[in-house]
Design a protein around this ligand. Structure first.
Ligand SMILES: *Cc1c(COP(=O)(O)O)cnc(C)c1O
Length: 384
């Protein structure tokens, strides 16, 4: 089976993880801040806070922005469920903004229209979570303009987008947001097994995130209610979690990060190659936003309307040929959990159109050109 995504683990990666295993620190040691500083540097953010998954990162990002019961959080319907679940962990309700059919990202026009209506009804969101689908940034400039106008905070779910850039600056520098979130799951751009990172320019948010990551505990006397009893003293000031990344994972992440540029160059080369190999087939290849340089986490084609009815057969045929095609994503509002919370398909016509024809083709640095040719040959056969 040619998978749709796959990690690469080198002998160097194995060596650095081995070194941690022989060291004094399996967790809460020096590898975590090393990794944090390196990611902060690559992404151009003042602070980086490592956690055990992007899901955990999204949860404490919402907490740090004071999301709670009675609040609304808006995100894109075409994303992994974690982008929405974080709001529910905080007791807030989720609503969705329809996508742009070219980028598959949240449409700034649909967002503006929905905000205007929400203002009339007094139901404006507290936080908007912008998801950089497939590694291509949302229109963050426009979303941040709307954030100022309608008074919401912004989280970037950049789980797909480490190494991408927007208006010639790295995604993750939070120029247009409060917090950005990265994922290091093995199908993403670089991996720590499981893992995630929060990025922010804000000193107070960074401190709060560090406290929430580790049980709500602080060791900073300035943040304490009581005078320290002695050097052992710490205080739990609020309810946090154990969302820490281990040193084993951080060492792996740091080693992987050294290859970030190579990975993205390879993904881009394969994406360019798909574009030319697929020309002439009844499908739409990914649109490239001139404001963005994508990290190419996903290569998604949309079958033409004439073919979309046969998408399930095309999918099954490709899988039988050993090609791990996928569909990203089943829209959030189609998930029974969210249907029960009142989200209606009829409100998201563009996401429905997208979902009816979307197909993710294999794309990862270790994909060979021969394998890519096999994918294209098989797809061509099923689209005949
Ligand atoms: C993978 C992913 C997540 C969750 O990441 P984990 O690290 O697996 O928790 C969240 N949002 C998006 C858009 C993702 O693709």
């Amino acid at each position: 089976m040619i998978p749709y995504g796959r990690q690469e683990v080198t002998e160097d990666d194995i060596r650095v993880v081995n070194d941690v295993l022989r060291s004094d620190w399996l967790t809460q040691g020096p590898a975590v801040p090393h990794f944090e500083n390196a990611v902060a540097g690559v992404c151009g953010a003042r602070h980086a806070v490592a956690v055990n998954s992007a899901t955990s990162a999204l949860h404490i990002a919402c907490m740090a922005l004071e999301v709670g019961p009675g609040d609304l959080v808006w995100t894109s319907p075409i994303t992994f469920v974690a982008s929405a679940n974080c709001a529910r962990y905080c007791g807030a309700e989720v609503d969705l903004v329809d996508i742009d059919l070219r980028t598959f990202n949240m449409s700034p026009a649909a967002l503006e229209e929905k905000l205007e209506l929400a203002k009339v009804h007094g139901r404006l969101p507290k936080v908007v979570i912008a998801v950089h689908f497939g590694g291509q940034s949302c229109d963050m400039r426009q979303i941040s303009v709307l954030g100022e106008r309608y008074g919401f905070r912004i989280i970037e779910d950049a789980s797909h987008a480490v190494g991408a850039s927007y208006l010639n600056e790295p995604v993750g520098n939070c120029r247009y947001s409060d917090i950005s979130v990265l994922s290091f799951h093995p199908v993403k751009i670089i991996t720590t097994g499981e893992g995630g990172m929060l990025l922010t320019q804000d000193d107070n948010l960074a401190n709060r995130l560090r406290v929430l990551r580790t049980h709500g505990i602080t060791r900073d006397p300035a943040a304490m209610a009581h005078r320290p009893d002695g050097e052992w003293y710490y205080e739990q000031t609020e309810l946090g979690f154990n969302y820490r990344l281990t040193d084993l994972q951080a060492a792996l992440g740091l080693s992987q990060l050294a290859r970030l540029g190579d990975y993205i160059a390879r993904r881009r080369l394969l994406a360019d190659r798909y574009d030319s190999l697929l020309a002439g087939l009844p499908l739409v290849t990914p649109w490239r936003d001139p404001d963005c340089s994508s990290s190419w986490h996903l290569y998604v084609v949309r079958l033409d309307a004439s073919m979309a009815a046969r998408r399930a057969d095309v999918f099954s045929g490709l899988r039988r040929d050993g090609i791990g095609v996928n569909v990203h994503y089943i829209p959030i509002y189609r998930q029974p959990y969210y249907e029960r919370r009142g989200l209606l398909r009829a409100n998201f016509p563009v996401a429905e159109t997208y979902y009816s024809g979307a197909l993710t083709l294999p794309l990862f640095p270790g994909l060979s050109e021969e394998q890519q040719d096999i994918v294209v040959a098989s797809l061509t056969r099923f689209l005949k």
